[in-house]
Design a protein around this ligand. Structure first.
Ligand code: GLC
Length: 478
């Protein structure tokens, strides 16, 4: 008991240090997210399916040495979960369900940082200390290359079989030098949410296809709603705080304007071009006009709070906001839809590819038990539960796109599948294991554009110089 307590305390100390170092405190001052009512379907009552939690031990010669729990002892694993909010509530239900069905392996779920940037800071510190305090962790789609050396290879625990039905590109992304370091859990893609009722009210036939149309529609609707007395109304909300989410939004602006992907898959630094700088200047022009001045402090939940209260015509966000926007406490129930984001030209749309994997720390004392839990969390049954939960997380299991319950309750998932499958990847493979630093350089410079400290042209030139220093890659056109 005492050892466990010390381990958790150690982890909390690391978390506090990381949050302070990342300045996470400032960025996490989110307006309180609306409370989510516990949804029935989010708490399946059946015990985990046998095939989802394989019981066979891995072949002896492949199995790494593991401290076996003395018989009768309970293995307790620490899982660093999502930040506070709807998803954490769902993860708590999953942990409770697992714990009830598996008395010998208990999960201790703790709240993780909200920001992906803070989260990787936490993991890097824990890995550097070879800390045994974290067993199960959530891995962003951009991290397998950066973190691979610190994660177990699921191929030693039946992983290959478990991922046979996942989108091959996502499995590929989790495979580093032949090692399967993450189990696909859910995928993500940037979406444009829009108010169907307001488009109709102001005479627009459909959502905007170009950024110019989005600006015009935002302004018209904002002017009209304010004239009717809602002074809190804004045209467009998105993610402008200096963290990984800004890299996602800014990549969409740049790529959908023909400005490339920062660094190409061929390891060429392509960011210093006119289309990219114009895209950043354009985003700056929104602030205080169609987007609130506070948007430069917004992460996903901050944008969603404005939208959820009925105070925005458009929002850029991930699919999780779809289900939450349908909750009883949402002001936009039955009044919204989601589609592909606009582009500089119609049809040039870009969605940044996001998504999460389940990983197990190679410093875990109980990798086999942790792998068992990870396989269950990433199983088809659990992916279905999380898709139907209020968080509407997008499955990575192809079969779920044919599932009748998902088709009935989450119509938007099969409908927007083309957006998710054609999403643009951040340059994490080309720049691994330095992607996190690449992203920091990118979003810090973009943030300086959004806060009026530098022009788009200066920003792309500065990003280029810093990336050359960091990676030693060539520069070139997108
Ligand atoms: C979402 C995406 C993830 C991305 C993050 C940025 O969680 O799934 O890939 O890095 O948002 O905030």
């Amino acid at each position: 008991m005492k050892r466990r307590y010390l381990a958790v305390m150690g982890l909390l100390v690391i978390m506090a240090m990381v949050l302070a170092a990342c300045g996470g405190g400032a960025a996490t001052e989110a307006p309180a997210a609306p409370a989510e009512p516990a949804a029935q379907e989010a708490a399946p009552t059946e015990a985990p399916a046998a095939e989802a939690a394989p019981t066979e031990a891995p072949a002896a010669e492949e199995a790494p040495a593991e401290a076996a729990a003395p018989s009768g002892d309970v293995v307790t694993l620490t899982w660093v979960g999502p930040g506070p909010g709807g998803e954490f509530e769902f993860r708590k239900q999953q942990a409770a369900e697992w714990n009830a069905a598996n008395p010998d392996i208990q999960i201790n779920l703790i709240e993780g940082p909200v920001s992906a940037t803070d989260r990787i800071g936490l993991y890097l510190q824990a890995f550097q200390a070879q800390s045994t305090d974290i067993d199960i962790m959530q891995i962003d789609v951009i991290w397998p290359g950066d973190l691979a050396d610190n994660l177990i290879d699921f191929n030693e625990y039946g992983g290959a079989e478990a991922v046979a039905g996942d989108f091959p590109a996502i499995v590929q992304n989790n495979t580093v030098d032949g090692r399967l370091v993450g189990l696909p859990w859910f995928t993500d893609g940037g979406l444009l949410y829009y108010r169907t009722d307001l488009l109709e009210k102001y005479g627009f036939a459909g959502p905007p296809a170009t950024w110019t149309e989005l600006e015009e529609m935002s302004q018209t609707i904002q002017d009209g709603e304010r004239a009717e007395g809602n002074q809190d109304f804004w045209g467009y909300v998105w993610q402008g705080a200096p963290y990984e989410g800004l890299t996602c939004d800014a990549l969409e602006w740049v790529y959908s304007s023909g400005g490339g992907t920062i660094v190409s898959p061929e390891k060429v630094i392509t960011i210093n071009n006119d289309a990219a700088s114009a895209a950043l200047d354009r985003a700056y022009s929104w602030i205080g006009k169609i987007s609130p001045p506070g948007v430069t402090g917004f992460m996903e939940e901050d944008s969603r709070a404005v939208w959820h209260a009925g105070n925005a015509a458009f929002m850029r966000n991930w699919p999780y906001a779809y289900g939450l926007s349908q909750n009883d406490d949402s002001a936009v129930v039955g009044k919204f839809d989601a589609t592909a984001l606009p582009g500089a030209e119609a049809g040039q749309s870009a969605a940044t590819l996001g998504g999460w994997q389940v990983g197990v720390s190679k410093y875990s004392k109980y990798p086999e038990a942790a792998a068992k839990v990870a396989l269950w969390l990433a199983s088809e049954e659990q992916q279905k539960a999380q898709a139907l939960s209020p968080n509407s997380l997008i499955p990575t299991k192809m079969a779920l796109y044919e599932d009748p319950d998902i088709a009935a309750q989450r119509e938007f998932m099969p409908k927007l599948l083309p957006v998710f499958t054609s999403a643009v990847a951040r340059p994490s493979t080309a720049t691994a294991p330095q992607y996190n630093e690449v992203s920091n350089i990118f979003f810090s410079n973009v943030y300086d554009v959004l806060t009026g400290k530098q022009s788009g042209a200066d920003a792309v030139a500065n990003i280029e110089i810093d990336l050359e220093d960091l990676t030693g890659f060539e520069v070139g056109a997108p």
